[in-house]
Design a protein around this ligand. Structure first.
Ligand code: NAD
Length: 358
């Protein structure tokens, strides 16, 4: 099937292939939408099985960024880049400089930040070839690691869900946390400080031990985490945690966590609703990180500084939007994921109409 006929490409503004023979760089930049502003989204480095898998991932992730940025009410569109390669073996400074040149050819229509396999140090190399890189460290505009802001938003989102569903605060509430990497570990600390009881699992034994020692969390295997008695299930590992096999095992009345793409397929949104489980849509509750990156992009645009007060204002509004989505889910008896997508799409459409009128 040609790219233009493929359902994955529908609705995208562009897909840009890039390559650099000298460094072995190969990859794609997908731009879903620049209607609300320049497309922004991370750069992922992954050993994709083939080019089609890399294209599909870039397109899927770029679309998701349009929705995430719109629901967080940022003046940003959605885009994503993928570099084909093993992040543990194929990274070189020259490869990321070449990536920076590829980003630069788009003249600011796309801003890259970190994603799986790409660190602030890698991006610092890319920054030598283009100014359209965010998520850096060590300058006045720099957002640094977005994970603490992501975790803060997720903690507030969980608190909101617990208040709505269980009518109490976090003290004494049991949270099953899948994945204690960057976001999961910060989240565990915040939940423990608020008095929540934690049950945690991670494939990384050192990570899970360190969090257990700090927070008093109970450790279980990565399989058992789906079966534990808990009030909240918080996916903070990879995508697809909630699927046809795991959903019937969950005891929690709330699913709310930091991971992207938590629902293995759209139909799981309806299945959660049928089971009476409140679901905080992933791309809403985990928007803190991109809000932090957006502050850096703003600051770089006007030679300003990272602005924690602006980040706090956007984060508070995002949690208010989550509250509205949860309320509509109950009132309209519809999956919250569908409602969140509808809100994001409406904001993108409104910006398109405004732009056409201007
Ligand atoms: P990370 O790689 O630091 O952490 C992921 C953790 O999950 C790791 O510790 C890993 O060992 C663990 N893990 C992998 N498979 C597992 C399994 N089957 N069971 C239990 N644990 C498992 O990544 P992160 O930055 O913390 O991101 C976590 C999730 O949040 C990802 O889905 C990411 O896309 C999403 N996210 C992150 C941010 C951010 O600011 N970092 C923002 C938005 C969304």
């Amino acid at each position: 099937m040609s790219i233009f006929d493929s359902p994955a490409f529908q609705g995208h503004e562009g897909l840009h292939a890039f390559a650099d023979d000298a460094t072995g760089l190969k990859g794609f930049i997908a731009i879903h939408s620049t209607t609300r502003g320049p497309a922004a989204g991370g750069c992922r480095m992954w050993a994709y099985a083939d080019e089609q898998a890399a294209i599909d991932d870039a397109l899927r992730l770029a679309r998701a960024m349009s929705f995430k940025n719109a629901v967080a009410d940022l003046d940003l569109g959605g885009g994503k880049s993928v570099i084909i390669g093993d992040a543990r073996a194929a990274k070189t400074p020259a490869l990321f400089e070449a990536f920076g040149r590829a980003v630069d050819t788009l003249g600011g229509r796309y801003w890259a930040a970190e994603d799986v396999g790409v660190s602030p140090a890698d991006l610092a190399h890319a920054r030598r070839s283009t100014r359209f890189i965010a998520g850096l460290e060590g300058h006045k505009a720099a957002a640094g690691d977005p994970s603490p802001v992501t975790a803060e938003g997720v903690k507030r989102g969980i608190e909101l869900c617990v208040r709505r569903v269980l009518g109490k605060d976090l003290a004494g509430v049991t949270v099953a946390l899948q994945g204690v990497g960057h976001v999961g570990a910060y989240l565990a600390d915040k939940l423990a400080a608020a008095g929540a009881r934690l049950i945690i699992a991670d494939v990384d034994e050192a990570a899970v031990n360190a969090v257990a020692v700090r927070t008093g969390a109970r450790m279980v295997s990565t399989e058992a985490i789906f079966d534990v008695e808990a009030d909240v299930f918080a996916p903070c590992a990879l995508g697809g945690a909630i699927n046809r096999h795991t959903l019937p095992r969950l005891k929690a009345r709330i699913v709310a966590g930091g991971a992207n793409n938590q629902l293995a397929e759209p139909a799981i949104g309806a299945a959660l609703l049928e089971r009476g489980v409140a679901y905080a849509p992933d791309f809403v509750i985990n928007g803190g990180g991109i809000i932090s990156i957006a502050s850096e992009i703003r600051a770089l645009g006007d030679d300003g500084a990272y602005d924690p007060a602006w980040v706090e204002m956007k984060l508070s509004r995002l949690i208010q939007t989550l509250d509205d989505i949860l309320e509509r889910g109950i009132r309209e008896l519809r999956p919250t994921q569908d409602i969140a997508i509808e809100i994001a799409q409406a904001r993108i459409d409104a910006a398109r109409i405004d732009a056409a009128r201007a």
